[in-house]
Design a binder for this molecule. Structure first.
Ligand code: FPP
Length: 225
């Protein structure tokens, strides 16, 4: 969800006002996810490296996340959306942590959309923490994935099909590195506050047009020997 800051400053407004508009866009995109055929949507809201930002911006974001969870919880229940927060929980403000736990408990029966919000999240940290837990034990991919679930509270770790990054950046920035092993990457110059449901559908359409081989070959090629 890149581009809030640039979108705001290009309009002579403080970066934080871009985040406020960005939160409204989150609501719209979550509501349109089902129409786009999405069953699991993970939003990268705050990376472990985002703590380097000015204190004022960080505090504002923490308040905004809490406000979002509080205001969306009931709507999520009505719409069958299950909310989960992934990432570390020991560094975010206690109020936000409690609200996140309440949102997760309140929406736990949602079956239409699994909405994951990555807060204080780092894929590298997640992998290191999982590796620490398995020290000395024989390791398989499945066992490692189970350990990653434990350390990020993420529920089932699932492979990412499509990663969309707004704001013209073309990198992964420590997001779901394990899960993105075979993700299709989609980069757009659109700033997050201007991202629309139509943009989401366009990205999903492009995803369906891609040829995913997972290291193999097309079936027709295999059949031809
Ligand atoms: C990164 O780009 C964006 C963030 C660190 C914050 C994202 C937050 C929101 C979209 C608002 C609320 C989110 C939820 C889940 C309620 P940037 O805005 O710093 O953009 P820049 O690249 O233009 O500086």
């Amino acid at each position: 969800m890149d581009g809030n800051g640039r979108w705001a400053t290009s309009r002579g407004r403080p970066r934080t006002s871009g985040h406020v508009v960005g939160a409204r866009v989150v609501r719209t995109i979550v509501e349109s996810a089902e129409d786009a055929g999405i069953g699991t949507l993970t939003l990268y809201a705050f990376s472990a490296d985002n703590w380097k930002r000015p204190t004022r911006e960080v505090s504002m974001l923490m308040r905004l996340f809490r406000r979002y969870l509080l205001s969306e919880m009931d709507r999520c229940v009505q719409n069958g959306v299950r909310m989960r927060i992934i990432g570390r929980r020991d560094r975010i403000p206690a109020e936000l942590r409690r609200t996140a736990e309440t949102a997760e408990a309140t929406t736990r029966d949602g079956r239409r959309l699994d909405l994951r919000i990555a807060l204080d999240y780092s894929a590298r940290d997640c992998m290191v923490m999982a590796a620490e837990k398995c020290a000395g034990r024989p390791l398989t991919r499945d066992a490692f994935v189970r350990l990653m679930n434990e350390v990020t509270h993420s529920g089932p770790v699932r492979d990412v099909d499509l990663l969309i990054r707004t704001g013209g950046e073309q990198r992964l920035s420590d997001f779901l590195l394990w899960e993105c092993a075979y993700a299709e990457l989609y980069f757009t110059d659109r700033m997050w506050p201007e991202f629309t449901p139509a943009d989401l559908i366009a990205a999903v359409r492009e995803f369906h047009a891609r040829d995913r081989r997972f290291g193999g070959v097309q079936e027709s090629v295999a059949a031809a020997g």
